[in-house]
Design a protein. Structure first.
Length: 159
């Protein structure tokens, strides 16, 4: 399964956030995961909400509706059949996620206010992944549209 970061020591890191923490320790500036204990906790709190309400909803919608994933509704070594009701539920969850994120961005340039963080990266991933499930944020969600344009055109987003 991916992602996997294999280190020179032979150790393998197999979780996206763990890989990000590893790189944050090596290259702490600019801090994407916060500096103080409070910043780190707030950023991680928003990150988890984006994972649960956005990324997992997109995964649920995509993996349970994509014909090429028949028998592979979840990643991993166990073959599981798709459940169409979960695809529908994922789409409903994504609509709520888009509205929530738009509201959060009403008075904030980024998810965690003035600074670009890992929460913004994960939010962008959630929006990108939702497109695979054939869902995009509605045009009337202007704050989300503005934020997505800003974060997705950053040089690091194109890497």
């Amino acid at each position: 399964m991916v992602p996997v970061l294999e280190l020179d020591s032979g150790a393998a890191i197999t979780d996206t956030i763990a890989i990000c923490r590893y790189f944050e320790e090596l290259h702490p500036d600019p801090p994407l995961m916060g500096r103080s204990a409070e910043e780190k906790a707030v950023i991680e709190s928003w990150l988890r909400r984006i994972e649960w309400d956005g990324i997992y909803a997109a995964q649920e919608a995509f993996r349970n509706a994509t014909p090429g994933l028949k028998g592979r509704a979840l990643p991993g070594p166990v073959s599981l059949e798709q459940i169409p009701a979960l695809a529908k539920r994922g789409c409903i969850r994504l609509q709520h996620f888009f509205a929530w994120l738009d509201a959060r961005l009403t008075d904030n340039e980024f998810v965690c206010r003035p600074h670009f963080t890992i929460a913004d990266i994960s939010g962008m991933v959630a929006v990108d992944f939702s497109a695979w499930a054939k869902l995009k944020p509605p045009e009337h969600l202007g704050h989300l549209q503005r934020w997505y344009k800003d974060v997705s055109t950053r040089p690091s987003a194109k890497a």
